[in-house]
Design a protein around this ligand. Structure first.
Ligand SMILES: [Fe+2]
Length: 298
């Protein structure tokens, strides 16, 4: 197994293994490498079948159902745990998957859930000749980049994660449109989470649209979120994956965010994804109580 870093800070490319024929020692090594590289691994040219994709996914954990997207939940026939991301249409003219051909903005998957998926993996079945690349950013590094004053401001902050719109900006099936982040329904998660396996701290933002920093006025929330969002998307925190058919990319939704470039509507793109269940809501970063000199100990 050959492990090559994708960037100086995070992510690795793993070659010399067949994900469809891993022995236990190889799988244990992949899990170690995955943690060591902050939750992003690319496996070029694996060409896993849908059965192989499910089998590898299940070695990591139990699977979540696909997200409810603009056309509801869509999966290949007989594979309800696989999510199709595609601009293609079937013979009846119905889309076979989600997100169309437009840009998908920075996000982490399904963070509007109380227990968001721990991880996702995506494999390329058909790719356009141009565009459709997927970008990843490093949320452990983003947190480390924050000035100390900002770390303190968000130490106990919770952010509301919206489930109304998907990353392509499309209304999820059956939901009511809203433009008010304060009153719209959503799930609160800590702005800073601790990764139990490594004790790393990561910024946990979800997606920018309809996000709301709980307890603040909308103007205060917008200003704070705009400030926080500057950090993860700096160029030195980003890996840009240009797909080849058969590539598989595995990411930890706690330690990374991702986005997708648009591509020409005349071209075909078809990706299959699985999502691994999270065991609990991301844990809050509990700041240590600071004892001020002369004050009584609590
Ligand atoms: Fe996504």
């Amino acid at each position: 197994m050959l492990v090559t870093p994708l960037t100086p800070q995070f992510g690795a490319s793993v070659t010399g293994v067949d994900l469809g024929r891993l022995d236990d020692a190889q799988f244990a090594q992949i899990k170690e490498v995955w943690l060591a590289h902050r939750g992003l691994l690319a496996f070029p040219l694996q060409n896993l079948s849908d059965d192989g994709l499910l089998a590898f996914s299940r070695r990591i954990g139990r699977l979540d159902l696909p997200p409810n997207q603009e056309h509801g939940r869509q999966s290949p026939m007989g594979f309800p745990e696989i999510y199709v991301v595609s601009n293609l249409k079937d013979q009846a003219g119905q889309p076979i998957g989600a997100l169309g051909d437009g840009e998908a903005v920075w996000h982490t998957d399904m963070s509007y859930e109380a227990n968001p998926p721990l991880a996702s993996m995506l494999t390329a079945r058909e790719i356009p000749t141009t565009g459709g690349d997927t970008w990843f950013c490093d949320m452990i590094g983003a947190y480390a980049d924050l000035p100390e004053s900002l770390k303190q401001r968000i130490a106990k902050l919770k952010i509301k994660h919206d489930g109304t719109y998907n990353s392509a900006g499309l209304l999820r099936a059956g939901l009511t449109p809203s433009d008010d982040p304060v009153t719209a329904p959503g799930t609160l998660h800590p702005a800073v989470i601790r990764i139990p396996e490594t004790n790393d701290l990561a910024l946990y933002l979800g997606r920018r649209r309809m996000s709301y920093a709980s307890g603040l006025t909308l103007a205060e929330s917008e200003a704070l979120l705009d400030e926080l969002w500057q950090y993860p998307v700096k160029s030195h925190r980003i890996y840009w994956h240009k797909w080849s058919i058969g590539d598989l990319v595995l990411w930890d939704n706690r330690t990374t965010m991702h986005r997708r470039d648009s591509f020409p509507s005349s071209e075909r793109r078809r990706m299959h994804r699985t999502q691994i269940k999270g065991v609990a809501a991301p844990p809050a970063f509990i700041t240590q109580k600071i004892r001020i000199s002369g004050s009584p100990a609590e």
